[in-house]
Design a protein around this ligand. Structure first.
Ligand SMILES: [Mn+2]
Length: 430
């Protein structure tokens, strides 16, 4: 672990300890994976310890001077290493991870026993079933009713929503790789016959650059499949006249990218596809431009929604005043989603309560990273739409950092202008 990260982890731990006062926090590692699969650490646990294994538990206790932060980890064990995987063990954990004291996790019960009586204990449920049962029994025996929200959990949300320089470095790399993978998919667009070929292209480009986890299951949707926002089957054909929507993201050191691009498989938008694409693009750019400290998610959404509504009016898909369309949510038949979500360790990253919901009023602050992703989706039940505009799905999504004086589009290098997207597809194998 490099020193910058080590120091940052210690700073985070300090803030949580200060927030705890005299209370205690028990934070477990992520759920063990089922079957033979790759483990991904729980985001909060990763954020506060950097420790990558399952089966571990961190205990934050500001009243114990010599061990404010105790880390309980699996000890090295031959059976475990022969079957499940290699473990770090207590000795190396002590050397490499920020904790005042490292214990064998088997001693959790006996170590904690005397510390619980009369305390306020914050506890994030342990997903490792056996371990969870043991600990919950102990809490009950000691008369502790654990709190599962508020206190340090609220503080964690506030901390995680503002990204540090280290975190932004990881996100920039995740976004850079994701961009290269999107470009690889565009170049493969003309030859791909099935969606899964492009899914493989995306993942190949990421994995050959060192990516081990993805932010979510890649969405590769050709033609009408793109009208479903979270389509993940990825097993349909790619038709020569289809638009292909790819919404996917690499993780880099646990941090996510989340980028969507839509391109014509042929390398050339039809006039109708281009008209709709330009509307989504104009709406998306207006949204990106408006990202700045002091604007709320709600206000930001409406900036993009107005441009979207005006565009659909120009194609006679929507009618009436723009104000009326926004007020009555008439555009939502074609864009049912929200413009933004926070991005970080998790793809729909943590957001304090005030950021949630369509009427989220809390203002953006420097250091937040948000997605900007309007889309046009027309399915069979969009009765009022002319037949020519049906079964089309278009989404364009960038990842944007809120800065002191505005914003920085972290994914600006990924082709999204009509001419650039067409050129990228056409530069693929003939
Ligand atoms: Mn997104």
């Amino acid at each position: 672990m490099n020193n910058d990260l080590l120091n940052e982890l210690k700073q985070r731990q300090k803030r949580i300890l200060e927030n705890l006062g005299t209370d205690l926090l028990i934070l477990p590692a992520g759920a063990p994976p089922t079957g033979v699969s790759l483990f991904l650490q729980d985001d909060d646990f990763h954020y506060l310890t950097g420790f990558p294994e399952e089966g571990a538990i961190a205990v934050f206790d500001p009243t114990r001077d010599s061990e404010n932060v105790a880390l309980f980890v699996k000890e090295k064990d031959r059976q475990e290493e022969v079957w499940q995987g290699f473990t770090i063990g207590t000795r190396k954990a002590r050397e490499r991870f920020p904790a005042d004291k490292v214990y064998n996790v088997k001693s959790l019960e006996s170590t904690l026993k005397d510390r619980l009586k009369g305390r306020t204990v914050y506890y994030k449920a342990i997903q490792n079933q056996r371990q969870g049962e043991t600990l919950e029994k102990l809490l009950e025996q000691e008369g502790v009713v654990p709190r599962k929200s508020g206190g340090p959990f609220d503080e964690l949300l506030e901390m995680r929503v503002i990204k540090s320089a280290y975190e932004l470095e990881q996100m920039r790399r995740a976004i850079e790789i994701t961009g290269e993978a999107h470009h690889a998919c565009m170049r493969a667009g003309k030859t791909a016959q099935f969606e899964y070929e492009l899914e493989a292209e995306f993942e190949y480009a990421c994995k050959t650059r060192g990516v081990r986890h993805f932010a979510f299951g890649s969405i590769v949707a050709a033609g009408a499949h793109a009208t479903c926002q979270h389509y993940v089957e990825n097993n349909g054909p790619v038709g020569p006249d289809d638009l292909v929507l790819i919404d996917a993201g690499a993780k880099w050191n646990n941090y996510c990218a989340d980028i969507t691009r839509t391109f014509p498989a042929s390398g050339k938008f039809t006039a109708m596809q281009r008209d709709l694409y330009e509307i989504v693009l104009a709406s998306q750019k207006a949204g990106v431009e408006a990202v700045a400290p002091g604007i709320s998610f709600f206000e930001l959404h409406n900036v993009a929604a107005r441009v979207f509504a005006d565009g659909l009016k120009s194609l006679k898909i929507l009618h009436g005043s723009t104000d009326g369309i926004i007020e009555k949510n008439a555009y939502r038949d074609f864009w049912p989603g929200a413009l933004c979500h926070s991005l970080g360790l998790y793809v729909h990253d943590v957001m304090p309560q005030a950021f949630r919901g369509a009427d989220a009023e809390r203002k953006l602050e420097p250091g937040m990273v948000v997605t900007v992703e309007p889309g046009f989706y027309s399915q069979d039940f969009n009765h009022q739409i002319p037949e020519a505009f049906k079964y089309i799905g278009i989404r364009i999504e960038d990842d944007v950092l809120v800065t002191e004086d505005g914003h920085e589009n972290l994914s600006a290098a990924i082709a999204k202008e009509v001419a650039d997207v067409e050129a990228m597809v056409q530069s693929g194998l003939q």
